[in-house]
Design a protein around this ligand. Structure first.
Ligand code: BG6
Length: 520
């Protein structure tokens, strides 16, 4: 283990006083499926944050729609309770929050019935007023993916989301949560339907990883500094490891998870996005087309893994009972709603290569799992060893590679490991870590990923949203791997104890390239 050296925070503070420039104009946001978990846990804290930061127009309204037995007032009370139990927001009372709660409305109805959409549209029209004043409409589908097609069709037919070709002040946009389809064919069918109802500029495919501060910082680190880019390629990089480790299990989402498993749930979207941001070429501007264009090129260059190669290039796992954070936890197969013989993977590690000039021959190892030893998401760029070692290493240990770690969560920050001389008359080396920590540099005030993304939707900035060609390319990569793992005889599941770092086969996957997983 290397010794951390903490970077001073003063330089960062000198430049953060700029006021927030971007504010949303008056609009009506409609959350379809507002009684669900996503609204309580993510959307409401993010919207409350925006309102309390003065970034929402105070005349905007937020309409929840769904079958729940709420009136405007009881919806406000329920959302106020949700904010109190949220760990994503610190303001839980005061005049700003009261004003925010006053923006909330509720329309009760079955989301499969046309009448509900009519009632919601009516409520939005009342808000817009008889003079048809300028205001945007943001429709958020916080509903199970099986309802997307129907909801999108009804939102269009009722006039709730009229088709527009350009984003003027009377805009209408629709936000769709992942998973965007469950394979390439279903994703195509969904996209085809959406494009028959709306223009591409109206569709916002959300991947909340892209709203994380530290994920956006990958681009800043790479392209606002000149020292990293010259070494960011196959000449210097030995391999890249991307880890999204969770300690939580499947929670209350067994019916969804049994259908998706870790590859659809985490790889097709979040991990692929992290890979593209790490591997992309510099875009010529920080705008939606340029950034997404470069990301799509990376996906297009990823070497396809054929189904018959899946077991060579990837490892799957499922958690067994064990201990996490000092508490006994049950096996995946014993979770409520999970089949006793389920073969759904809760862990996967996959070795990708990117067939282009910059990355030829550099493996990108991606792993994600539930019930692992620690909650940590990071990207570690491991550099090649020096060609010749002049110095003795302390304790006769092997030389450690230089590693640049972009820590996405928790303890957001960046660290760099390098060798130093151990004080003394002998010349001996030992590795140290230089650490930049967001909280130390900028204080604790990180804001939820959804806050950035919801504001972007209201402003019409799609840079941090997935474009259709990215989604399509990503399914093209993932589908054959899922197919390859359909053969039930291949791996015995469950194959890792909860609270560990996953199946041992994942170590063997890396060892073939002379690499080993870091313990974040
Ligand atoms: C979601 C997945 O998209 O991301 C969940 O559906 C997962 O299974 C979650 O737990 C992880 O998000 P975060 O922000 O906690 O890393």
């Amino acid at each position: 283990m290397s010794t951390p050296i903490v970077a001073p925070a003063t330089l960062a503070h000198e430049r953060v006083a700029e006021p927030q420039m971007r504010k949303a104009a008056r609009c009506a946001m409609v959350i379809l499926g507002a009684g669900g978990d996503l609204t309580r846990r993510k959307l409401m804290p993010a919207l409350a944050h925006l309102a309390c930061d003065g970034l929402l127009d105070p005349e905007s309204i937020i309409i929840g729609g769904g079958r729940d037995n709420y009136t405007d007032d009881s919806f406000r009370a329920a959302m106020s309770d949700a904010l109190k139990s949220s760990d994503e927001i610190k303001v839980t009372d005061g005049p700003e929050l009261t004003r925010f709660l006053g923006m909330l409305r509720f329309v009760r109805g079955d989301l499969k019935s046309a009448d509900t959409y009519k009632a919601v549209t009516q409520r939005v029209a009342e808000f817009e007023g008889e003079d048809d004043s300028e205001a945007g409409r943001l429709i958020y589908l916080a509903i199970p993916p099986s309802l997307y097609l129907d909801a999108a069709r009804r939102a269009s037919e009722s006039g709730l989301v009229p088709r527009t070709v350009r984003d003027d002040k009377k805009w209408a946009r629709i936000v769709i949560e992942k998973p965007f389809g469950r394979d390439l064919d279903s994703a195509r069918a969904l996209d085809k339907l959406l494009l028959s109802l709306f223009s591409e500029q109206q569709i916002y495919r959300i991947d909340h990883y892209l709203g994380k501060e530290t994920v956006q910082n990958i681009l800043v680190l790479r392209f606002a500094n000149s020292i990293f880019e010259p070494v960011w390629n196959r000449n210097f990089v030995h391999h890249v490891q991307i880890t999204a480790a969770e300690t939580v299990g499947v929670e209350h989402r067994a019916s969804y998870y049994e259908e998706s498993g870790v590859i659809r749930d985490m790889f097709q979207n979040h991990l692929m996005q992290l890979l593209t941001l790490t591997a992309m070429e510099p875009p010529n501007a920080f705008d939606a087309d340029a950034v997404r264009g470069e990301k799509a090129k990376v996906l297009g260059a990823i070497h396809p893994i054929a189904p018959e190669d899946a077991d060579d290039m990837s490892v799957i796992g499922q958690y067994d009972a064990g201990e996490v954070n000092g508490e006994h936890v049950i096996a995946y197969r014993d979770e409520p709603g999970v089949a006793k013989d389920s073969r759904v993977p809760t862990y996967a590690a996959i070795r990708f290569t990117v067939d282009n000039w910059r990355w030829h021959g550099v493996p990108f190892f991606l792993r994600s799992g539930k019930r692992l030893a620690k909650h940590a998401t990071e990207i570690a760029v491991q550099f090649k060893e020096p060609p010749h070692s002049l110095f003795r290493i302390r304790g006769g240990l092997p030389i450690e590679r230089n590693v640049l770690v972009m820590r996405i969560q928790p303890d957001e920050g960046i660290s760099l490991r390098f060798e130093t001389k151990v004080p003394g008359v002998d010349v001996q080396m030992a590795p140290v870590r230089m650490v930049f920590n967001y909280a130390d540099a900028y204080g604790q005030s990180t804001h939820p990923a959804y806050e950035t993304l919801l504001l972007d939707c209201m402003l019409g900035d799609a840079t941090l949203f997935a474009r259709w060609d990215e989604v399509e390319a990503s399914w093209r990569i993932i589908d054959p791997i899922i197919d390859g793992w359909k053969n039930p005889g291949l791996v015995k599941l469950p194959n890792y104890t909860s609270g560990t770092w996953g199946p041992s086969a994942a170590d063997a996957l890396m060892a073939k390239d002379g690499a080993a997983w870091r313990e974040p």
